[in-house]
Write a protein that binds this ligand. Structure first.
Ligand code: ADP
Ligand code: MG
Length: 728
């Protein structure tokens, strides 16, 4: 038999074959270690007994002392239920059971003093607890402190695996004679530095905390550990890649850049644009391949940064491409970029799926011969037949629609991979960015061009529709254009489509004689294109659409964005939509329409939109409310996040610390990195400026046994799960 913690769970006292199967299928617990790592998801204070009169609507689990005065069995078959009338001596409440009734009726008695434990809810004007836990009150036993609550599935509960069963199983494990032999999972250097409790102490405190402080320490250790290995893995991977991939060296700033900058640029760059350009420039001359994420709120001017970077590429004799997620967006980018490039004699082209065969042949030839300097396009750019003479820079707009695999294909074009600049308007908090986009360096444009009028955001319901319509009328009379967006999250949902078509009808009835464009994802591309173009040119005044217009469309004359069923959108998506207005010099509005009745949490979410126009604040709040799993961009990041205890949204400081220590350890112990090891100092490390723990690097030179721990943990956590070949 192997190590204690690797023992199969069926061998644990009180578990056995049948329960082991259930635990494996429901909770993925198959070894002792898995059970130890199944931490309670919350803790309740079991030292306090509540009075029924103290209960309120938001309470989590509570315990109440008292006795039953009566049991009533009602209904037949499936609808059979038992109600137990319970009193704490002052007031009454009710316990209710929907299953296992005959057995329970035998166990529970009237008059016996019980401690009843569960979540109180309001029912029929009184308090009720469904399937509470009950135990006889024992005055000789001191009230226990914190009790861990495990997340269990309905299937487990039905098969008798209750909180109690899990607690007992964990207790048996912790008191097992071999428990002390459990292998430490953090290097000694780290536990010593942070004075973390040992792994066995940590498990004890997590499952059966004797006091809050110990619990806090234990949770911190486990969060740190989880994030530390994640960061270590990300860094290790990106260092390996940095060593393998040599990049083109753009050593010169030449005529194209200088001439454009001094003679042709239509506006003064913002400070943030200048700073980011410097960062890009510095990257592209190092000799390693640039992989940079450019984050900037909608309208912050990313396109000009991309274009100026392309000029650096041209100055060094290289071609550039810009890849956009949709034809419409590619077309708009092309219009912008070709008008800029024309001024300094650079040749541009547009290549999409609908480029005609003859034009395509010409473009491909001119691209291969190097006559075209800049090509803008869609996925079509990734096709086999597309060959560059010397591709030096690939710009990708809106990262989350492409994903890592496609970036990799981009790199595949040419023996030395091009520098890659990924632009996204979905701002994510820094700590998340450095983890989600762990293999990318991050630049941020955190400043909008001057003169922008902030967009006013209103939250309105159906009851306010007349007011909203009046507002739209006034704007139409001033010559402005209007967007009205409907959710069509799954483009094939019939119901959504009907509400969209109803909406269109209503708009046509309300705004008679106003030309309306209508666009959704199921249309033929040519029809979509036609409708869009009509709106872009101002021939239609109202655009009724789904989120297909979310990305990139630029109509400066549009001043009102109405979003129907706003409660069905994520905040980041609402923010993107809002960014479609406020692009001109006029005052603009974003009007979020919701049902008359929405949940408090939904209202809170939507109120974030009305209170700020800062995309970073919006996404931070979104992250807090929804968790990183739902954040746009995280799924495609290529790194499976399966965090058990750490929370990327709220544990930013721990993320930072874990990152710092991981960096320091990699620097001091190059052998961990694998490959050739690391020789050239801090230069290859992203964010090395943030290092605040390094100090004396000898502190982080690990002993052999610590290295062994690292290797074993990295292997256990990642090596069998991740397909790195996808990326490298
Ligand atoms: P995004 O970052 O959303 O892609 P764009 O690049 O489309 O933003 O820029 C939005 C608008 O702002 C464009 O019309 C662009 O020409 C303009 N713009 C960009 N930078 C500046 C600047 N420094 N000063 C004034 N206008 C700018
Ligand atoms: Mg853009």
């Amino acid at each position: 038999m192997g190590r204690f913690e690797e023992t199969e769970i069926k061998y644990l006292k009180g578990i056995g074959e049948a329960r082991a199967k259930l635990l494996a299928s429901e909770l993925e617990i198959s070894s002792f270690k898995d059970l130890l790592d199944y931490y309670p998801f919350r803790y309740v204070d079991r030292s306090k007994f509540y009075q029924i009169s103290e209960l309120t609507g938001e309470m989590p689990l509570v315990q109440i002392r008292g006795h039953f005065v009566n049991f009533i069995i009602e209904g037949e078959g499936k609808s059979k239920r038992m109600r137990g009338i319970f009193t704490d001596g002052h007031r009454m409440m009710e316990a209710i059971w929907f299953a296992g009734i005959s057995k329970l009726r035998e166990i529970y008695r009237c008059g016996t003093e019980y401690v009843m434990f569960g979540k109180p809810t309001v029912y029929n004007g009184g308090w009720q607890m469904a399937h509470p836990e009950l135990e006889a009150y024992d005055p000789t036993r001191p009230p226990t402190g914190l009790q861990g609550i495990y997340s269990l599935t309905e299937a487990l509960r039905r098969r008798g695996i209750t909180q109690r069963v899990i607690q007992t199983a964990v207790r048996n494990l912790l008191s097992h004679q071999n428990f002390a032999t459990i292998a430490e999972t953090l290097p000694q250097a780290v536990t010593a530095h942070y004075r973390f409790p040992s792994l066995s102490e940590t498990y004890k405190a997590l499952h059966f905390p004797e006091e809050t402080q110990l619990l806090q320490r234990a949770r911190q250790r486990m969060k740190f550990e989880e994030l530390f290995y994640l960061e270590l893995q990300i860094l290790r991977y990106s260092q390996r890649r940095n060593h393998q991939l040599k990049g083109h060296i753009f050593s010169r700033i030449g005529d194209y850049f200088n001439h454009y900058y001094s003679e042709c640029i239509p506006f003064e760059l913002t400070g943030a644009q200048k700073r980011v350009l410097k960062e890009i420039r510095a990257d592209m001359r190092t000799g390693r391949q640039m992989n940079r994420l450019l984050q900037g709120d909608v309208g912050s001017g990313k396109t000009m940064v991309a274009f100026m970077s392309m000029l650096m590429s041209a100055d060094n004799g290289f071609q550039s491409c810009l890849m956009a997620p949709t034809e419409i967006l590619a077309g708009q980018h092309y219009a912008t970029i070709s008008s800029w490039a024309e001024k300094i004699g650079l040749r541009t082209a547009l290549l999409t799926g609908s480029t005609r065969a003859k034009a395509r042949r010409e473009i491909l030839a001119a691209l291969a011969s190097g006559e075209i300097h800049i090509i803008v396009g869609t996925h079509a750019l990734l096709e086999e037949r597309v060959e560059f003479k010397t591709l030096g820079l690939a710009v990708i707009d809106e990262q989350h629609r492409f994903g890592v695999a496609q970036r990799a294909r981009m790199w595949g074009k040419g023996s030395v991979p091009p520098h890659v600049l990924v632009m996204t308007a979905t701002p994510i908090p820094r700590t998340l960015a450095m983890t989600v986009y762990g293999d990318l360096d991050v630049s941020v444009i955190d400043e909008l061009p001057p003169g922008r009028k902030p967009i006013e955001t209103w939250l309105r319901t159906d009851a306010n529709r007349a007011e909203v319509n009046r507002h739209i009328w006034r704007q139409l009379q001033e010559g402005r254009q209007i967007y009205i967006v409907y959710p069509l999250i799954h483009e094939n949902e019939k119901l959504d489509l009907r509400s969209l078509e109803d909406g269109l009808q209503r708009v046509r009835d309300t705004f008679k004689d106003v030309e309306v464009s209508f666009v959704h994802g199921q249309m033929k591309p040519s029809e979509k294109e036609y409708q869009m173009q009509k709106f872009v040119e101002g021939r239609s005044r109202i655009m009724v659409a789904t989120t297909v217009i979310e990305v990139g469309v630029n109509v400066p004359n549009a001043t009102v964005m109405v979003i129907e069923n706003a409660e069905r959108f994520g905040l980041s998506q609402l923010h993107q939509l809002r960014g479609r207005v406020g692009r001109g010099a006029d005052r603009s509005w974003c009007i979020l329409m919701s049902k008359d009745k929405i949940a408090a949490i939904t209202r809170k979410r939507l109120n974030i939109m009305t209170s700020t126009t800062d995309g970073f604040l919006v996404s931070e709040a979104d992250l807090q409310l929804r968790g990183p799993g739902d954040m746009e961009g995280t799924q495609q990041s290529g790194i499976a996040f399966n965090l058990k205890i750490a929370n990327l949204a709220t544990d930013g400081q721990i993320v930072q610390a874990a990152r710092n220590v991981a960096e320091a350890i990699l620097a001091a112990n190059p052998q961990i990195c694998g490959a050739q090891g690391e020789k050239d100092g801090g230069g290859v490390m992203p964010d090395s400026g943030l290092l605040d723990v390094a100090g004396d690097s000898t502190q982080w030179r690990l002993s052999d046994s610590d290295i062994h721990i690292l290797a074993a943990e990295l292997h256990r956590r990642f090596d069998h799960k991740l397909d790195w070949s996808l990326i490298s």
